[in-house]
Design a protein around this ligand. Structure first.
Ligand code: PHE
Ligand code: ZN
Length: 879
């Protein structure tokens, strides 16, 4: 634990490493009471290092050092210093072999960084700085080495022994032990190292690459999960094909392995040839996993697989460049998901995440650029900004260059930097060199934090037939950054005529064949565009497809929004218009400007519900009211209860007025018995479950019966959970309790399903009271050591249950602060993620804001606070 104030690391301090490591030879002796790690490094001085380093410095964390030898000779204690977080070996030659033996205790590792145990198996997590918890090493991504790893363990308990690359040797040892040796031919940074030892079953398949090589695909899971691997395997094969077709990227090793582990801090990890997954991101069957889980698995399997090129073959120079691999890889997996399902729906989901959560982060105390320039704890920078905004930035390059030049750019990037550790700037440079475009100003997207606000105004000169659009951009101040420069923003635009069709966008009076959609490029603080040859005032469709991660201020009338909902040629903007309309109606209720719910909203929803000729996947999305989190994000000073109350009123009103349509929609979208993952089938399930939840929301007796029947008869988890969720959020107490009990009885042995059972209660207005949350924490299935359980109860309550978490007496905040302090001792990464709802205290009106701040201060005052939580809490409380 920390003794002094944590140090801030700056990008400007970057220096090339003094020493390089060409080879790493590892030998792991795994035992129940600990593990001995023998590491032999082939080290040489880095010719590019300015000056001469006398000492070799290696990073370490929680290691017990047993011995150090240099070129085969054990060093006396006077030749090195074990400083705990560093091993300094003095006066080293230019080239040498260094052998270090350390003792570690994986069985007591609750941080889940380095080597640890999860449900009886050994596994590792090394990104970002976990390798130093295994052995002393230059733990930085620009040191790339070839790894050879020998794993030794008890044969009975750990029949499967895995590491990166290819298995090159195996054999028996004394005392019922055995070993396997792995060799990874590709040099890699140590954060991509992985090891697994356990009693696992293997699901196998093959993939023939574009050049005709057969790849051995293996998914390792505990025996009880053997039947839940098919979807991940299919997703993997589709990802491999897609990356060949869309990016020309072929897989490079002979084996590709995935291992599922129950205890994992994040979603999954792209270790070379041996991806390790959180069980919840790989295991699925229609009976146990809902559609959202199937889609998440497909996306994450693809994401980790795509990292093999964007991350592993070309990696990051330092952790400030994290978005180099994450932003690009999220962009790649988004393209894949769009191609596998409905592109419009995928775009809606991504934009929703951006606008709800990333914009909030960008406007909060932890706001940072896509390429940050300082951090205290790198684990805190696996953020929506690095991942999601980073992906949006790559997407804008794609929009500016067009698909062909973008592909030329990515080819050049992979070719030029294969085997290197590079920067986001190298990525942009490759895009520039391949396309001939100047992305100089565009680079500000990487350097400036904050969400640009575009203020759009228009007027129409009916005499001249000219429509004028003025667009101003402003980027708000953020911690450490003020007076920002205008950014280069691709602004996709359409103009609709009164018949609902797209009009030609003539930027010059004499322009023939003008396109009906344009991407305007904003580079100045203010632009004025003129569109000629118009006979009527058009309705503008702005930032189509969310062409840039910006906020837009335009004085839409409700008529215009309804018109766009019905006619916009861009599906995304049809959805967006519906959201803006609903937001406008809800905000008017919050302000007290309007007494009741605008009839026009009801009618707009009525037409969505009752026109089966519309794209049902889009309709299913359009029917979702803006979330409470989004309404908070849009507010200047959020009154949590008022937001909840107004949104609830709108939902009540819609459900009452549309009862007939909802029942009809429910029937029309009945289960046909098969389970398919097409956009149509997913939309049908979403529609029937939305209808059900709305009807139960207003306490409809008939719908309660439908929900009970659906709960009993459901052929898949989407419908079973849909019915359970509707019941849990309803006023039917007996029915709700019966369903919850039955569900637990049926599924108590399946951790992924129990997590869903926790979440549905933690998110519920009815069942998610603070007292009930405390009961869930005391439930035998709850486990403080398992991050998924912690997230499914505490994370869901604080992040998704606005009304129960934001109690005016502050009890929800005090509760969260207590749990954060408790977790900080065992798993600081999880504690730091959990505290985030409190960091938004400035966003909330009184009494909420002040009480959130108090709770945050109580965390700050905890004895021995981890660096992870320290950074977040201190930055959030800073004046
Ligand atoms: N690199 C992983 C991914 O994005 C995420 C991760 C980070 C996992 C740190 C574990 C620890 O795919
Ligand atoms: Zn990633």
């Amino acid at each position: 634990m920390r003794t002094s104030q944590p140090r801030t690391i700056y990008l400007s301090e970057y220096r090339v490493p003094a020493f390089l490591v060409d080879h790493v030879d590892l030998r792991f002796e795994l035992f129940e009471n600990g593990a001995r790690v023998h590491s032999t490094l082939t080290v040489r001085r880095n010719p590019e290092y300015p000056g001469v380093a006398e000492h070799l410095e290696l990073d370490g964390d929680s290691l017990k050092l047993e011995s150090v030898s240099l070129d085969g000779i054990e060093l006396g204690a006077d030749r090195y210093q074990d400083q705990g977080d560093k091993l300094v070996v003095q006066a080293v030659p230019d080239k040498f072999g260094l052998n270090v033996v350390t003792w570690i205790e994986p069985q007591n590792n609750t941080r889940l960084e380095g080597l640890y145990k999860s449900s009886g198996m050994f596994c590792t997590q090394c990104e970002a700085e976990g390798f130093r918890c295994i052995t002393f090493f230059p733990d930085r991504p620009d040191v790339m080495a070839r790894f050879r790893t020998r794993v030794e363990a008890d044969r009975e308990k750990y029949p499967v022994l895995l590491s990166n690359g290819n298995d090159v040797d195996r054999g028996e040892l004394a005392d019922g032990r055995h070993f396997v040796t792995w060799e990874d031919p590709f040099p890699k940074p140590c954060y991509l190292f992985a090891l697994v030892a356990g009693d696992l079953v293997l699901k196998q398949d093959t993939f023939t690459t574009c050049s005709g090589r057969d790849i051995d695909l293996r998914i390792y899971v505990e025996a009880r999960n053997a039947a839940k691997c098919d979807h991940a395997m299919d997703s993997l094969k589709r990802s491999m094909r897609w990356d060949e077709e869309v990016y020309g990227r072929e897989y490079d090793l002979d084996i590709f392995m995935i291992v599922a582990v129950d205890d994992f801090n994040m979603g999954a990890m792209e270790n070379k040839g041996l991806n390790i997954f959180n069980s919840s991101c790989v295991l699925a069957s229609p009976e146990t996993a809902a559609d959202t889980a199937f889609q998440r698995i497909e996306a994450i399997v693809a994401h980790e697989y795509f990292h093999n090129w964007s991350g592993n073959r070309v990696t990051c120079r330092d952790w400030f460049q994290l978005s180099l691999k994450e932003g690009f890889t999220v962009f790649r997996d988004a393209g894949f998901s769009a191609d596998m399902g409905s592109p419009t729906v995928k775009r809606i989901e991504d934009a929703t995440l951006m606008r709800t959560a990333q914009f909030a982060e960008d406007a909060g105390p932890m706001s940072h650029p896509v390429r940050p320039s300082s951090y205290m704890e790198i684990s805190n920078f696996y953020t929506l900004t690095i991942y999601e905004k980073g992906a949006e930035v790559v997407r804008m390059i794609h929009t500016l260059l067009g698909p062909e030049l973008f592909r030329k750019g990515s080819d050049l990037y992979f070719e030029r930097h294969d085997g290197q550790a590079v920067t986001t700037d190298d990525f942009v440079k490759a895009m520039e060199d391949a396309s001939g475009r100047d992305l100089g100003q565009f680079r500000l997207w990487y350097e400036q934090a904050g969400t640009p606000l575009l203020t759009v105004r228009d007027d129409f000169d009916s005499e001249a037939g000219i429509y004028r659009l003025t667009i101003e951009q402003a980027i708000p101040d953020s911690p450490g950054q003020t007076s920002k420069n205008p950014q280069h923003i691709p602004f996709a635009l359409g103009l609709l005529g009164s018949d609902g069709t797209d009009l030609p966008l003539r930027l010059f009076a004499d322009e023939n064949d003008a396109p009906s959609e344009r991407v305007l490029e904003l580079t100045a603080a203010r632009h004025e565009f003129e569109f000629h040859g118009l006979s009527e005032r058009p309705v503008p469709s702005l930032v189509r497809g969310f062409s840039a991660p910006v906020r837009v201020d335009y004085p839409w009338t409700r008529e215009q929004l309804i018109f766009l909902m019905n006619h916009d040629g861009d599906g995304f903007n049809r959805w967006d218009a519906g959201q803006r309309l609903a937001v406008d109606v809800i905000q008017a209720l919050i302000r007290g400007d309007e007494e009741g719910v605008d009839e026009r909203l009801v009618e707009a929803y009525r037409s969505l519900l009752s026109d089966p000729s519309l794209d049902q996947a889009l309709v299913a999305k359009m029917l979702q009211l803006p979330s409470e989190a989004y309404l908070v994000e849009l507010a200047d000073s959020a009154d949590a209860q008022a937001i909840h109350g107004a949104r609830t009123r709108v939902l009540d009103c819609l459900a009452q007025a549309l009862r007939g349509e909802l029942l009809e929609c429910y029937r029309r979208n009945g289960d046909d018995g098969s389970y398919q993952l097409t956009p149509e089938a997913i939309a049908a399930r979403s529609l029937r479950n939305t209808a059900l939840s709305w009807l139960l929301h207003i306490g409809d007796r008939e719908a309660c019966g439908l929900a009970q029947t659906q709960y009993q008869d459901a052929g898949n988890m989407t419908d079973r959970m849909g019915a359970l969720r509707a019941l849990v959020n309803s006023c039917f107490v007996t029915e709700r309790e019966a369903a919850l009990n039955d569900f637990y009885q049926c599924w108590q042995d399946d951790p992924q399903v129990v997590e869903q059972w926790f979440s549905v209660q933690a998110a519920s207005l009815q069942a998610g009271t603070l007292n009930h949350i405390r009961e869930l924490l005391a439930h035998p299935a709850f486990d403080w050591k398992n991050p998924n359980k912690v997230r499914s109860v505490i994370g869901v309550f604080a992040g998704q249950n606005l009304a129960q978490f934001h109690q005016a007496d502050g009890s929800g905040y005090i509760f969260l602060a207590e749990q954060v302090c408790r977790l900080d001792d065992s798993n600081p990464q999880i504690a730091a993620r959990l505290v985030s709802p409190l960091t938004r205290w400035r966003k909330f009106a009184e009494p909420y804001g002040g009480k959130m701040k108090q709770a945050l201060a109580s965390v700050r005052d905890k004895e021995g606070l981890s660096k992870d939580v320290f950074e977040i809490v201190h930055k959030s409380l800073k004046e």
